[in-house]
Design a protein around this ligand. Structure first.
Ligand SMILES: [Zn+2]
Length: 239
């Protein structure tokens, strides 16, 4: 397929989205738009912080939003209350531009509870499932640990990893839904099949200057990927 057919935008909260929101800048979430430039359809990954900004960008690019993909249910990714803040997200999207919300089946109940969206808003998916946005294929990977139903998305040679893996770290396991041992198995087994030339696009701009990097480089430079036993992992990350 012609590479230029892919519509791909990495948006940083507090900069590209919700530019006047100080909390958005501090949390440094990445929001992604992925679509097909020919069919003009796109999906948004982790819509939060400023839904009108996101919808304006989609409209300015003459694209149509056809779905929302959720990496996991933490409010900085989907909206809701966290650390005393009330972040806008899926609930506002469902009012302004309702589209199906693709969530891992292990995360659906929690997502509903945190965002207030309804069962009929959600399409529950599992690892290995795929979808098409126009002619662009997206594969869902179930990557539990940060939360039970955390998921990554494979799009051609890219991996959109949410809070499962950052350029210089990985998701916390001490927040609601975290499981240290599961995250270790996700990083060492489930993500082991991701090739070194795959580009990692994380859910936050923590460390690194570019916002993305090849997995080969991440494997060399991210100390969390060099921990070689579950015992060492648990002593560093906690149980
Ligand atoms: Zn999170």
């Amino acid at each position: 397929m012609n590479e230029s057919r892919i519509y791909f935008k990495q948006l940083l909260s507090g900069v590209d989205i919700g530019a006047r929101n100080t909390s958005a800048r501090q949390m440094a979430n990445f929001i992604y738009l992925i679509g097909d430039r020919e069919s003009k359809e796109c999906v948004v990954i982790d819509p939060a912080w400023d839904i009108p900004d996101i919808l304006n960008l989609v409209a300015e690019d003459d694209m149509t939003l056809t779905g929302a993909l959720v990496t996991h249910y933490h409010p900085d990714h989907v909206g809701g209350e966290i650390f005393g803040m009330n972040i806008t997200g899926l609930a506002e999207l469902m009012e302004k531009s309702p589209v199906p919300v693709y969530v891992n089946k292990h995360e659906a109940a929690g997502l509903k509870q945190i965002t207030g969206i309804s069962d009929s808003d959600m399409k529950q998916v599992d690892g290995g499932d795929t979808m098409k946005v126009g002619e662009i294929d997206i594969e869902f990977m179930h990557t539990p640990g940060h939360t039970p139903g955390s998921q990554c998305f494979k799009v051609k040679d890219s991996l959109l990893a949410g809070d499962t893996l950052f350029l210089q770290g990985c998701g916390r396991v001490d927040l609601p839904g975290g499981n240290s041992e599961e995250l270790y198995h996700t990083l060492t087994r489930r993500l082991a099949k991701i090739s070194n030339d795959t580009i990692l696009y994380p859910g936050h701009n923590y460390g690194g200057t570019t916002g993305f990097a090849e997995m080969g480089e991440v494997r060399r430079t991210n100390s969390y990927l060099t921990i070689s036993s579950l015992q060492d992992w648990l002593s560093i990350m906690g149980p």
